[in-house]
Design a protein around this ligand. Structure first.
Ligand SMILES: [Zn+2]
Length: 431
């Protein structure tokens, strides 16, 4: 089984690919000009930031780039294309022949190219609306070889690609649009325009099963274009032509050849590789680390800053609590304060995080309660909970209840209570 992808990624530039219109307007048809409306005589100008982002992505995906790039017109008639052609790339794409390594597999990247988004078509019952705000937005198309061989590899590839792009400043969570090419036997079926990682995996699962069933019934799989229905979770044959469409490509005479200067690009941040190295070094789960940092540069910064200085499990625990706050801004110093509080045996609670981040420096003090007081309270708790004492021989975790209750009542460190409880039990508790 083979899956190949054409991934379309919106680049986070302030203006469109070939004009100065803003990329963020919401009111329909409010961010338009003669260039992105294709007026006769208007001339496109390439957005340098879009070119830079594209080259960063090509470099991170180990693509080969020529020393120049150029554009072509892909000519076809459709209401979303006011010029009757889309400006895209053909011979001098941004990069070719790259790869992205998964845990056990290399997925080859065939090409990466920069192109403009067409306008948005909104179909109503009796009429069609066109919103040209989208016309000319910068899109990066990343085309893979058909190297993905399972649903799990597909999910891993998409998450890994999303993470690499995230660390390059291109967050594709909302904008990811992909064409899936799936062949269980010889015939290639294309599932067009699927959005979001979850839908992509669902669409692939359905399509693989559909094709496998046809094979097992010895029926023919038709090479065709299908569309994915998010509600029924099925793919359906779409009414598009089955053969490859014939496009006319001509060079874009309004844009020049752009020279690409060779320069050292920074090594991309690959969160999965960092998680792997840390998990090997400290013997903790790579999966847990990756969940923390795959799409969270702040968590990655805190992890890298404190690893080696604190027990890895404390670091993980505190980051996990912090991640419940979606947009927490926290300096390394404040994070260290939290680790110190955690080390003293205290649970990191919402209130503690609030105190530390607001800078009110409400130090969490462990009251100077004496060992005798703790022992006495433990005695009371044990007497009041005979069932727990019966249970704890089979299940040592049953004692956590006593530790928690005593620590809370006396405002004592749970670690200290736990130690005292151990001693009390050793001495033999006499009721
Ligand atoms: Zn414009």
């Amino acid at each position: 089984m083979k899956i190949g992808l054409e991934v379309h990624v919106a680049l986070p530039t302030k203006s469109k690919l070939f004009c100065a219109c803003s990329t963020t307007s919401e009111e329909p048809n409010s961010s338009i000009c003669p260039i992105c409306l294709g007026f006769p005589g208007s001339k496109p100008m390439l957005n340098k930031a879009a070119l830079e982002y594209s080259l960063d992505v090509a470099s991170a995906l180990k693509c080969v780039s020529k020393n120049r790039t150029s554009f072509v017109r892909k000519v076809y008639f459709y209401p979303d294309l006011p010029k009757s052609y889309q400006i895209t790339q053909l011979h001098d794409a941004i990069g070719v022949d790259g790869h992205l390594d998964l845990e056990k597999k290399r997925v080859r990247i065939r090409r990466i190219q920069l192109e403009e988004d067409p306008a948005k078509i909104i179909r109503e019952d009796n009429y069609t609306l066109v919103d040209f705000n989208r016309s000319g937005l910068p899109l990066l198309e990343i085309v893979t070889e058909p190297d993905i061989a399972s649903e799990d590899e597909l999910r891993e590839f998409l998450n890994e690609l999303r993470s690499i792009l995230y660390y390059l400043g291109v967050d594709i969570e909302k904008e990811l649009k992909v064409d899936l090419n799936i062949s269980v036997s010889d015939a290639r079926v294309e599932v067009k325009n699927v959005t979001g990682i979850r839908n992509l995996v669902d669409a692939a699962r359905y399509e693989i099963k559909r094709q496998e069933e046809l094979v097992s019934k010895k029926q023919k799989i038709v090479a065709e274009t299908r569309s994915y229905n998010e509600k029924s979770l099925k793919t359906d044959a779409s009414r598009e032509k089955e053969s490859d469409e014939e496009y006319g490509f001509i060079y874009e005479p309004d844009l020049t050849f752009y020279k690409i200067e060779e320069k050292e690009r920074e090594e991309p941040i690959i969160a999965s590789r960092i998680a792997e190295a840390i998990s090997k070094k400290y013997g903790c789960s790579k999966k847990t680390l990756l969940e923390l940092v795959q799409f969270d540069s702040k968590a990655l910064e805190l992890l890298q800053h404190s690893q080696g200085k604190w027990p890895i499990q404390s670091i993980i625990n505190v980051i996990e609590v912090l991640k419940r706050y979606e947009s927490i801004k926290l300096s390394n110093e404040k994070f260290t304060e939290l680790l110190e509080i955690s080390k003293s045996g205290h649970q990191i609670t919402d209130q503690i995080i609030k105190n530390v981040t607001s800078g009110s420096h409400v130090k969490v003090t462990v009251s100077d309660v004496s060992s005798e007081e703790i022992d006495e309270e433990i005695g009371k708790m044990i007497a009041a909970n005979p069932k727990i004492m019966l249970e704890h021989e089979k299940n040592p975790k049953a004692l956590n209840f006593i530790v928690g209750a005593v620590a809370k009542k006396l405002n004592a460190s749970p670690r200290l209570v736990s130690e005292r409880l151990g001693l009390v039990l050793k001495k033999g508790f006499k009721n």
